[in-house]
Design a protein around this ligand. Sequence first.
Ligand SMILES: [Fe+2]
Length: 339
Amino acid sequence: MELSKNMRNSIFLILLASLVLSSTRCKGGVTSTYRRRLEASVDMPLDSDVFRVPAGYNAPQQVHITQGDVDGNAVIVSWVTPDEPGSSVVLYGTSKHNLDKMKTGKHTQYKYYNYTSGFIHHCTIRHLKFDTKYYYAVGIGQTVRKFWFKTPPEVGPDVPYTFGIIGDLGQTYDSNTTLSHYESNPKAETVLYVGDLSYADNYPDHDNNRWDSWARFVERSTAYQPWIWAAGNHELDFEPSLGEKEPFKPFKHRYQTPYRASDSTGPFWYSVKRASAHIIVLSTYSAYGKYTPQYRWLEEELPKVNRSETPWLIVLVHSPWYNSNTLPLHGRRDHACHV
Ligand SMILES: [Fe+2]
């Protein structure tokens, strides 16, 4: 019997809670009484308000940002234009009324079975000041939409910073409750996302419209603070019966990572530093045996962790590489634990 998505979420939350409770070094204690209910809830219908397409011709949608370099001076801004490529320009600046800097990115597009994506833009803006609020605009020349984000403080051992952790979000009614709960915490500055984003692959033919709806749903957070992405099994979208033989195709086109900055050779394993944390992202669904590119990268990466600079080492992985779990989930024996 397969555990439901919500049960897995619950297991993850319980594990997280037990980690917090059993920690002797961290005296954080229980910071929230929020518990997502155990019963499975259904996906929100496509005409739900959370999936609403922004008004205006070719209006940018699905706006999201992530860290764009190792130290936090760069941000990757991504968005989708539905009707035509439009502009890949990001205007930005520290004054809301004077976006005096400009960077031009690139756009991409992909097909998945009978689905063709919109025009997916990615633009990396660099040389940002630490600990600074930036305003930015996309859709230049057509329907312009404006957002903002705050850069992290400079990396160092005594830099307080608050991360949220979310995984397996999906797009059910409970997903909306979970995201609202996260947003209700004014301290939360960056999301560590431990994989399984849209669950589009649960739909017939992996209906990629559900990738679009998910990104519109989370835009209310992802446009304003970085989400650090790790890949889960629901990002694989490997379906030879549909002629789809390239693993991670939708995820790779939609969600960029700054992997080259940490000398990684693949987009699903990389590292960033943020405030007082060194964050290593790994992929269980990419080869990780000895002598694989991922394994070799990790071997090179671990000695770079400098606890006097970043006392916190956080490793994001959707399911553990090595374990003794015997639950047969997704045909794998390693899926019931996420951290
Ligand atoms: Fe999963």
